[in-house]
Write a protein that binds this ligand. Structure first.
Ligand SMILES: Cc1cc2nc3c(=O)[nH]c(=O)nc-3n(C[C@H](O)[C@H](O)[C@H](O)COP(=O)(O)OP(=O)(O)OC[C@H]3O[C@@H](n4cnc5c(N)ncnc54)[C@H](O)[C@@H]3O)c2cc1C
Length: 398
């Protein structure tokens, strides 16, 4: 596995043999993408007897300012009924961590990463982008940007909303669409908030606010070291805004209606930071106002353009999709992570009956039968929110 040498900044490339999956009595699997759904899928496949290689394009310590609701409950605006939700105690125990309902993405990722690191049937390969996925009657493969090819019995795309694997699973419908609004997101240290304003609704409460054509979710988070001591915790916020789509187009975050990437803190113009501060003063109460102002002062705000994708299929032969690669609901459903967890459990359950490699396409069709209708309904229910929010906010507020 290769790592970046922090002293020299040099990246060591892995021996191609590390792309080989460890031995598994049931077969071998490649998982493309080592974020939350890739890690959960690798763990659940390893536990039913597959040797798994996870190929991730970023380095070993990714960070995100996002937060996740890990209790599987939808946010208040979305009328989604998750249907039969099966218990998945092992993954839930790892991802749930503390009893805190909202957790930083980084905390959930770190726990999953440690669990995969301790799993002998799973191997992580970092800093390796997959450019193509393919298959024939006997196996599946991934081609990397360095031209190596990794082979396995089954290949699973967990490579997010701009999935490369999706191009081979659903070539006629490969792209997620921009939903015409963005989320400003940030996390402030509790110490930045005036003491009398910190937790208006109690520490474990998610706050849902609406003002001036905007919607905002505010949530308390444990401190970066997991601490819940007063003063050491964090305040997270996600602010829905449909008035800055032109900025996303200008910065080429959205091209031809397709989301390419987020707008990172250093790329947000000073003028936009000033507008955000003024709108925060005008619209949001404490502690959220001060949390936003703190993030603006530190230039620590990210704008995430919202993408949506309703799948027609999740599977093609020996290739399958999980998580945001398979279906992209707006984060306003609060259920993308829960759906990814259910995918990971379902695909492992379907593949757990395979006795010979030729049975894999049938097992994957079983996975698709279990999940397709549910995830389509999830994305569609979020689209109802997205359409009405984007239309309502069409008149610029600033
Ligand atoms: C701002 C925001 C807030 C959210 N809030 C919530 C919430 O409150 N509750 C909730 O349930 N869900 C929420 N979600 C959704 C949730 O984060 C995702 O649904 C969930 O984390 C599953 O993501 P994923 O692992 O499928 O995809 P991603 O997180 O996109 O991961 C894809 C991974 O694949 C890697 N990759 C991509 N292409 C390649 C390639 N070609 N080769 C190799 N690797 C590749 C990427 O580097 C990345 O690590 C939110 C999403 C966003 C954007």
């Amino acid at each position: 596995m290769h790592q970046q040498d922090t002293a020299t900044g040099r990246v060591e490339h892995p021996d191609p043999s590390t792309l080989l999956a460890p031995a598994g009595e049931r077969g071998s699997a490649i998982v493309v993408g080592g974020s939350l759904s890739g890690l959960m899928t690798a763990l659940s496949l390893a536990r039913v007897g597959y040797g798994v290689t996870v190929i991730e394009r970023t380095g070993p310590s990714p960070r995100s300012g996002a937060a996740l609701r890990v209790d599987g409950e939808p946010h208040e605006t979305i009328s989604y009924s998750p249907g039969a939700r099966r218990a998945a105690p092992s993954l839930r125990r790892i991802t749930g961590g503390t009893s805190q309902r909202v957790q930083s993405w980084t905390a959930v990722h770190d726990r999953l990463r440690a669990a995969v690191g301790a799993e002998p049937r799973a191997r992580m390969v970092h800093s390796t982008a997959v450019t193509e996925a393919g298959q024939d009657d006997t196996g599946a493969w991934a081609v990397t940007a360095r031209g190596e090819t990794a082979h396995a019995d089954v290949l699973i795309g967990a490579d997010g909303h701009r999935s490369v694997v999706r191009r081979s699973v659903a070539p006629r419908h490969p792209d997620a669409a921009f939903a015409s609004y963005l989320l400003w997101i940030g996390i402030a240290p509790e110490s930045a908030i005036p003491a009398g304003h910190r937790w208006p609704r109690g520490y474990d409460q998610l706050s849902y606010l609406s003002s001036g054509g905007y919607i905002m979710l505010g949530y308390p988070l444990d401190g970066p070291d997991g601490s819940r001591d007063p003063g050491a915790r964090q305040v997270g916020w996600a602010w829905c805004d449909a008035t800055h789509n032109a900025l996303l187009l200008r910065q080429r975050c959205v091209v031809d209606g397709i989301v390419r990437h987020s707008l990172f803190p250093q790329d947000i113009p000073d003028e936009t930071y000033r507008e955000l501060a003024a709108e925060a003063e005008a619209n949001w109460p404490q502690p959220w106002r001060e949390a936003i102002l703190d993030c603006v002062r530190r230039r620590a705000v990210t704008a995430t353009p919202i993408a949506e994708y309703v799948p027609d299929r999740l599977v093609n032969g020996r290739l399958a999709l999980v998580g945001d690669a398979g279906h992209v609901p707006t984060p306003m459903t609060g259920l993308g992570f829960e759906a990814a967890l259910q995918d990971a459990e379902a695909i492992a359950e379907s593949l757990s009956v395979v006795r010979h490699g030729r049975e894999i396409p049938g097992a994957l069709r079983d996975y698709e039968r279990r999940r397709l209708a549910t995830v389509r309904e999830l994305v569609r229910s979020g689209q109802e929110f997205s359409r009405s929010f984007a239309a309502r906010a069409n008149e610029p507020a600033f």
